[in-house]
Design a protein around this ligand. Sequence first.
Ligand code: 3H9
Length: 689
Amino acid sequence: MTVKTEHLGTALLVTMAAPPVNAIGHATREGLSQALAQAAATPGLTRVILTGAGRAFAAGADAREFDAAPVAPHLNEICAGIATSPVPWIAAINGVALGGGCELALACRYRIAVPAARIGLPEVTLGVVPGAGGTQRLPRLIGLAPALDLISTGKPVTAARAEALGLIDGQVDDPLAVALALDIGTLSLATQTDDLPNPAADPEAVEAARQTALRKMPGQIAPLRAIALVAASADTSLAEALAAERATFLELRAGDQARALRHVFFAERAAKAPSTLTAAPAPLDRIAVAGGGTMGAGIAWAALDAGVSVCLLETDAEGVARARANIDKLAAAAAQARGLTDASGIAARLGRLVVDHDPAAAADATLAIEAAFESLEVKRQVFAMLESHLQPEAVLATNTSYLDIDEIARGLADPSRLLGLHFFAPAHIMKLLEIVRAGATSDRALATGYALAARLNKVPVVARICDGFIGNRILARYREAADTLMMDGSNPWEIDEAMVGFGMAMGPYEAQDLSGLDIAFANRRRQDATRDPARRYIPISDRMVNEGRLGRKVGVGWYRYPGGGGKVIDPLVEDLAREEAWFAGVTRRRIDEAEIVERLVLAMVNEAAAILSEGIAARASDIDLVTVLGYGFPRWRGGLMHHADSLGAKAIVARLSEWAQEDPLAWTPAPALLDAAECSSRHMDSPVS
Ligand code: 3H9
């Protein structure tokens, strides 16, 4: 039974019980529909109290049902039934009330929530609009501007904020008790949301919400459609507006963006430790981070944020001072980010931190993460030091982006303790954690990696060893393909603009300017010895570095940054590309935006397919998570491999094969793609044998 009913005196208690978060699926809708009928058939009832079992009120419609046609009874009909019920319904909000859960509460006559509740309409983050009255009842209840804010961003609010907005009538520790005790007079004075007048029109707030959505959620349809629906609440009858809302919800629910966003939502949730991994992780209350540079300090701050005690190790007093300064910057930024933490929160974090150059200070750490300079020699020295000072059962991790972890492990007495934990900068913000399983990594070390991800609220993706693991290997191929386009006729700003138009958070050249051209340069030098001499090599990036154009940090890279400000196109870069093309005997040609996007996306897809074929990634959805959470691939396209599926393996292979005739080393289709194309019904998400 996903909905339980119980008579408590003259009240009917209706409890949604679909663990873990009471997502509202068909069975719950049936149960709610029956509860409506039961209430109507019970004489003398003074109230119906709606609540949720466990930790949630309701997490919204069950999104797992969205791939199939909707089945009656529908949630919008249930909300209408609650809103027009002669017996008043009270929402006793015991935990999160999101999406359809919030809409059920909005249809009630009265709403009381626990202080820990989070309430909101996050539908746009799943590519849909609220479909059970949210776009109409919320603005009637709290006004147009705040409703626009909640619905167009999808961000939930705390119970305190909900009360301040008038979304709920009060916060109490025991909403059920209060709902039972509420006197009839108070209840009858409360106005049913549907009887409230239309909210006042607010064209300025509507335009501001549109501009914010265009800027912050570019390419996405749902936020703009939701804004239009909320705007219409000012001058449209409730019945007409609810019908328009329902039609929009159903249209978007069946669309590509909603499918892609659902895919990422469920992929994120599926990315936890597999049940087959039974080893117990190391405890994580006290960890060490070796190296207090930008990355090490970011990792330390992420751990401090999660309540972990950290020993941040440096090599000498100067290093300790630098590490302290890096931590102070993060603390200052956290203090400025309003609402995240207060002064006592910052003090508590700093109270859990020790910064030292004596490795003995880390002796009781159960996990040590090395974030030192990217050199095999340096890393081996760090691990020798950690090995001699930490307990033998402590797990060791390297944050290397490219180095062979098996090579690092060779220096250890017990290589099974070592794994890779590849964080993304800024480490305290980015959600992705690549966990690299080396040849000897034990199940316990792996389980510790997963446990750390869970503790730090990050999404873990396991990779095997190769140059760059999953993400940086795809990135390297993306950059190589972009450089080739630049040599053959494009320029960095055309390429950046095309990829931003596709939906990437940033173009590849602006991103390089941000991270520094010297990092990719060092990688190319490391790869010189193993690079196939027959592979086409584009020297433009090397020349940039040789001319000191290292990116934003020096004020000039692919773009110029006068006065440390925004980017400005630099025609010298185009001259440089023309010159290199002339040296190489390349006749430059006009390359349009569509070709730029197609070449760069398919270069990444082909590399990702090779990564799957080689078993570096276990599943295509892991690659989707890496590209979306680590590299700015548009979430609403579902990640690289989900997007590839939408293009179709056959079409991809046909295009790659055509390009392979000009350059087989760069474009020959990977075996996983050939497999998928051969069996065209098979998605790349299917397991690769
Ligand atoms: C909607 O409501 C449309 C209506 O307007 C119109 C209707 C007509 N569906 O995240 P967690 C699962 S659209 C299905 O790990 P947490 C989740 O997959 C919906 N399943 O826990 C996971 O399963 P598993 C609008 C869902 O405590 C388990 O629950 N609502 C749904 O970190 C635990 O989830 C939203 O967008 C769902 N709606 O966070 C809210 N929600 O154990 C989406 C969760 O098998 N949900 N599951 O891996 C969330 O934001 C978070 O899950 C929540 C809990 C904050 C609720």
